[in-house]
Write a protein that binds this ligand. Sequence first.
Ligand SMILES: *Cc1c(COP(=O)(O)O)cnc(C)c1O
Length: 390
Amino acid sequence: MAANNNLQMFQFIKRDTRDFINIDPLQTAGLLTDAARDALIEWGDGYSVCDYCNGALDLVKKPPIQEFVYKALPEFLGTDTARVMNGARESKFAVMHSLASTAADKNNYVVMDAWAHYSSKVAAERAGLEIVQTEKPEKEIMPEDFLKAIETGIEKYGKKPLLTLLTYPDGSYGNLADVKKIAAISHEFDVPVLLNGAYAVGRMPVNAKEFGVDYIVGSGHKSMSACGPVGVLGVVGDEAAEQLFRKSAYNKVKEVELLGCTSRGAPIMTLMASFPEVVERTQPENWEKEVHLARGFIQKLEETGKFKLFGQNPHNHDLMFFEAAGFFNISEKAKRGRYFLYDELKDKKIHGIKPGLTKNFKMSTYGLGQEKLDFIADSFIDILKKYDEI
Ligand SMILES: *Cc1c(COP(=O)(O)O)cnc(C)c1O
């Protein structure tokens, strides 16, 4: 039957970039570990983790989800309590919705940094909260920017915000703001702080208590080598956790903000399977190596005089944003125009710069190691040479 033939196209779809060198910031720290790849197959069937569940997913002992959620994860995040969620955005929404729905009155708002991710904004919108953002800084977000934004909010709404949110690092430039100072400023107003660590948790050392934040969220598929969708949420303090993880009036084991159960099946099992390696790679000495490699890569490109790094320099993260005048010049004369760079990199089996971008692009060096980073930098330089830009 013709209809059946058409349906075949949905079956096995080969992914042609799977064996490429990947520099897409979204993907570099989401590559599965070998253990997670095994877990994906083993636990891929729907509801596979629910065999021994007594009503609460977090309390499943076999596989050891309870041990993970109640012990390993809070220890890793530096929080008192943690949950596995369906993503960073679901975690942010749960916190905002909980604060909004238990607030004394309506018309509430959240203060966010100027680079806040769209998912932070839609989480606030869905929770019925308005948003006040810090002003766009010349270079990086400073604690004073948050002070100003909180004061602006108080003036506009006649009351303090329900929450302060800091993106750490921001997803454009990979800048790490002074989280401790920003948290302290927010706490002077008695406002809790949420740290959006989508690009931090699983890549670099984080500790919510050391940072002085109240909530921390991470993304499993972005930075913890999980297939996803999956994320993590940590809470400091018993009162905040009690409110956020309040139980349903209709079912005494189900938590309302989690809609009863969150991540189940392969996503949570790949998150757990990668966890030992994730813990290891986030040890300070291993993260320092990553930062060192990132800085070396930046230096090699900047020495050509054809690349300029935006944001903190010396840089402190694997996510980086370049201005590449040479690539832009080529795009104006190349046959495929601004798609030339994508084509050239594809030939070299390098994936991750958005098709069509040349003048400004972001990329990540995470987990690639010296040899591949040299290959990438040399490839960039070779492309410039090929078109007589160096
Ligand atoms: C990717 C990203 C998110 C979204 O993460 P999900 O787990 O997919 O919801 C949130 N914030 C920032 C800064 C991000 O880069």
